[in-house]
Design a protein around this ligand. Structure first.
Ligand SMILES: [Zn+2]
Length: 492
């Protein structure tokens, strides 16, 4: 039986009195918060993590002075508190507010900037960055709770309550109105999630995974989220589609060498994940993973709001493009996407039914055998394709090159929005470009895109390659270009 608090701990945190500026500091650095750009220099290496945690640029901080003791309440709390733990603020014999730890840091420079220094020169250098502060509707008398823990009133020092004690205390805290009555969830309650917030969260995750690529979770998280997105695509697919073998998340992670650590919270990426509106984390998954010694997979899953947004295939396409930037280089992207139900998401052409996903043979660990053929090579000879090539006299609309062969000039007609899944584009002239083979490959692979002003750009950095050359009798469907851009990870 999993208790309500799982492996979470509780930090009891005295706010300090009016006399020692506790109330003032609480208002200053927690209620109002500190603008990160004001202390960017002091934050140093913590700045990146904090910027990811506080998208509005305002951080909420609390600090503790150092202690020379090694085993008192304070020393233990400063040493053993963790990201994800609950903090309960105490003032004047009552508990007044709660928050969750998002980030821990030791930073005397930032502490001095925020709170100055005490008379003895000490500063509050053992710092925590906190999530949204929840003020209790009324102050809750602290005595019964502290007595239960064998502590006296007033609470004199920051004190850590371990998982077992916290679990035992949970019913009492719920009764007192400090904890919600239903089991605490590790997720920040979702605000209204829209496409913009969705992609901000995805980009934050991809950035963090690229930055901390030594972290085992950096390999596991993009795979996990892509798997969840794939499940939505599969659910929307045709009923005739057979289920993919080995498509269970656990076997996918195993196959791609993503180390299942039993507790995601020990990862530096936890902060990015726990802050998400995009995913929810089930605390019982940690507990189960630990207690039974089995792997705790699937502890990150999409929120209902995110699931709804991913119901749109263009949104999925853009998400795949963003998350793919965080996939490790040794992973064959096309093969992986096919295995999780996202075949064709890495190609502007898409896949047709008769060139289904590449299925791994048992024991097949080698490089993927590419059976996927570009659809454009099949219909290159259609009448409308011939017309596009004729209009442009076989000159590439990007680079103007016209290839000469012994059999005459050579060019390729590329569908902007592929005919295969998931694009389902139309075989008509406003959905085509006349390209040289090089630019065709790059366009199909989403390495280049055409912006709304018909400028051709690199997907990687948005740099301009050139202007798309037009022909009066060859209209270009802007919606088709937009669709292609979405799958390049572009918003407009
Ligand atoms: Zn070209």
């Amino acid at each position: 039986m999993v208790n309500a608090t799982g492996t979470l701990q509780l930090v009891l945190q005295p706010r300090g009195s009016r006399k020692d500026k506790g109330e003032e500091n609480f208002k200053h650095s927690i209620v109002r918060g500190i603008r990160l750009r004001d202390i960017a220099a002091e934050l140093g290496p913590d700045l990146a993590a904090l910027t990811a945690l506080y998208p509005d640029g305002v951080g909420r901080f609390w600090g503790s002075t150092p202690t020379s003791q090694v085993n008192n309440y304070k020393a233990r709390a400063l040493r053993d508190r963790r990201v994800g733990d609950e903090v309960l603020f105490y003032a004047e014999k009552a508990f007044i507010a709660r928050a969750r730890i998002l980030h821990l840091m030791h930073n005397p420079a930032a502490a001095k900037w925020i709170w100055g220094a005490a008379e003895d020169g000490q500063t509050w250098e053992h710092m925590v960055a906190l999530g949204d502060i929840e003020r209790l509707k009324r102050p809750i008398p602290a005595a019964p709770i502290l007595h239960q823990l064998g502590l006296g009133v007033p609470l004199r020092s920051i004190t850590l309550v371990g998982p077992a004690e916290y679990g035992a205390l949970a019913p009492m805290l719920a009764e007192a109105g400090i904890l919600p009555r239903r089991p605490a969830s590790i997720t920040t309650p979702p605000r209204t999630l829209n496409g913009k917030r969705l992609f901000k969260a995805l980009e934050r995750l991809a950035d963090a995974c690229r930055r901390d690529d030594e972290d085992p979770a950096a390999r596991r998280l993009p795979l996990t989220v892509l798997w969840h997105i794939g499940q939505i695509a599969i659910a929307q697919g045709r009923p005739a589609e057979p289920p993919h073998p080995g498509s269970r998340l656990e076997s996918i992670l195993q196959q791609y060498g993503a180390e299942p650590s039993s507790d995601l919270r020990t990862s530096g990426l936890w902060e990015v994940v726990s802050r998400g509106e995009l995913w929810e984390v089930d605390p019982s998954a940690f507990h189960a993973g630990r207690a039974s010694g089995t792997r705790a997979v699937g502890e990150v899953s999409l929120t209902p709001a995110a699931t709804a947004l991913f119901g749109d295939s263009e949104t999925r396409g853009r998400a795949v493009a963003v998350l793919s930037t965080a996939l490790p280089d040794d992973i064959d992207r096309a093969k992986f996407l096919a295995e999780v139900g996202l075949a064709g998401y890495d190609s502007a052409a898409g896949v047709l039914d008769d060139e289904e996903t590449v299925r791994p043979e048992p024991g097949d660990q080698g490089p993927a055998r590419r059976r996927k053929v570009s659809i454009d090579r099949i219909i290159r000879s259609s009448a409308v394709a011939e017309k596009v090539k004729r209009l442009h006299r076989h000159r590439c609309q990007v680079c103007d090159i016209r290839l000469v062969t012994r059999r005459g000039f050579y060019s390729e007609a590329a569908h902007i929005r592929g005919l295969g899944r998931p694009h389902e584009g139309l075989d008509q002239i406003d959905n085509m470009l006349c390209l040289c083979p090089n630019h065709h490959v790059q366009f199909d692979g989403f390495a280049i895109f055409v912006d709304n002003d018909l400028v051709v750009r690199w997907t990687a950095d948005g740099k301009k390659i050139g202007k798309l050359r037009l022909h009066a009798e060859h209209p270009i469907g802007r919606e088709n270009l937009r669709h292609h851009r979405r799958f390049c990870g572009r918003a407009d």
